[in-house]
Design a protein around this ligand. Sequence first.
Ligand code: SF4
Length: 248
Amino acid sequence: MKVIKTICGMCGGDYCGIDVSVEDDRIVDIKGSKEHQLNQGRTCPQARAVLELEYDPNRLSYPMKRAGDAWQRISWDEALDTIADKLSQIKERYGAQALAVYEGESLEQFIRDGWARRFMNLYGTPNWAQNDHMCYLPAVIAEHLTYGREEIDGFEPEHARCIFLWGANPVTSHITTHWRYVTQARKRGAKLIVVDPRFSRSAQKADIYAPIRPGSDVALALGLINFIITEKLYDADFVERWVMSLDN
Ligand code: SF4
């Protein structure tokens, strides 16, 4: 048996280090790499489910075509010819831009992005969308508007004295990284505040839990800002040195 050190790509978010045990060309175990700086030996259930995903007897590994109410197995050649014919018909009848490509999350995110865009260049359509456009990219835009860039140098949430989770549930979605930062900070005495309509697993651990009504986030945020400014609870020196508004 050999152990291969690699990176988990199951969520496209954290890229945790994993040790994959392989015996006779078959994966037999997956564990978090203890020496990996990010996850330090942890994995979430998704990484451990790779075995089921890879070796599930019901996993679809060939093309199927609808035949009435049922599906029938076809060859790869037939599948490729059928798809190529349909794509040619669409282009001929309506023009290349009648085609839109929408991609979901994939195990091979970076390779996949390259393939999809190359295919679209060749076909001639710019109409491309993926789940990132509703998930990751709005967060990046918000980070740029708030901090001026995507990441903050010296970002050390494990040294925070108060952590605010707003609509975030890292116990479930980022247990290997973000939740580890929260637990490390709490061991040092940090307070945890969770704002979420759902009594999530993270909310269950909070010192203060604010179960707001869905859609009232902006009212709560504006109320907090108003209170902080009115009561002069902010760090005036920090604001003077580091904070800019969109007006200046
Ligand atoms: S959080 Fe889970 S799925 Fe994502 S990279 Fe880490 S182990 Fe893999």
